[in-house]
Design a protein around this ligand. Sequence first.
Ligand code: HEM
Length: 395
Amino acid sequence: MSDINSILHAFRAAREQKLLRVMREIVQTTGPTFEQRLLGFRGIDTVDPINVEAVLSTHFSDFGLGERRLVFAPLLGQGIFTQDGKPWAHSRALLKPAFSRQDQSMAQIAEVTDQLLNLIPVSGSFIDDENTFAIAFDKGQDYLAQSGRLGGLHWLIDSSDFRIQCKRVHEHVDNAIMQVLQEQDTGDKQSTQSILQDLVQQSTEKKVLREQCLNVLLAGRDTTACLLSWTFRLLAKHSAVFNRCREDILNSCGFSGQITRQKIKYHMDDLPLKVLRLYPSVPINSRTATHTTTLPTGGGPNGTAPILVRKGEAVGYCPYIMHRRQETFGPDAEAFRPERWLENGSQAGYVVARMLQKFSSLRLPKEEPMEAIGTEKQKLTLVMCSAIGCNVVLT
Ligand code: HEM
């Protein structure tokens, strides 16, 4: 495929939300690791777990975030999600106190989950709770996703609208920061401790606070939202799984008892992991070689020899396709079958547990077809969500 054609093809595919399907077709014909060229720039794509492990773990120091810092800067500034090396280590140190304080009793997530439950109408009407900030943050991220896919040509996707969305997001976050700084001055503290409240103990520099907050918000918000909405969609389609999970929750927490990390740790964590296998929140990602290196496999005539990655070349990896490979997960790789319980209790698990505790049934609306897993309309931005949202009937 010629260079310009391959760009246009990739772009059209992304716009039509078919990028993942196209990648899957390429993998089926070329094998799990292949080379691609974009305007003369060579890159490697892989869905081979051995290569992905090399990029993220065993050869970690050979790779960095590439263009991400520049692409994300207008919206996020500099923070843990956009940095490499020493600045990244500094951000990690700054955020460490906020992340080391685990909400054992789940009090913080309980409060916001109950606020959410109270918003769910019993009359069958829809909730539309999107505010100006959410809309601006979503639009801003759409720009990041589009320009991120252009690599070195990311600057092609810039516009006054993008800058307006960035400004709106910044104003909103700056207001929240001002409020927390004022509360700190007056000693007027909220009952639950937020990441921002932890951060102001480390720094009171407004730019640092804004950028670190936005980095964490980007990392945590849509990933969790996608996980939860795919979970509810899957539970709505798999009533036996819903009933079994609900029975477990009622046995350990009762109809209105407190849900603690301890009580759900044997019940709720396998479910999110199984959902993330089929619908990984970040379905496609990449790293760029900081110096010339190799990936363990994918080269040579049989595709089993190490493969060269030159300094500056990107390695794209695709958990969405990797998690559906029959070679790894067997012939029913597309099936949703949470069976084992793991030992952990996450906050996403809490939200699911609380919904199961409160509602005795969860199903798709009559007008929505029962599509097979992976064939439903998906929207790919930085994360992958259901293109038609998460319309479910709760009773
Ligand atoms: C289902 C939920 C989540 C999923 C699937 C998820 C997934 C991921 C992935 C794949 C990355 C690596 C991205 C990359 O560097 O290319 C990442 C990094 C990160 N995530 Fe999450 N995430 C989730 C929830 C959260 C939440 C709730 C927070 C914070 C409140 C968070 C904070 C972060 C941070 C700070 C990083 C950067 C870590 C570093 O570079 O050291 N994530 N996450």
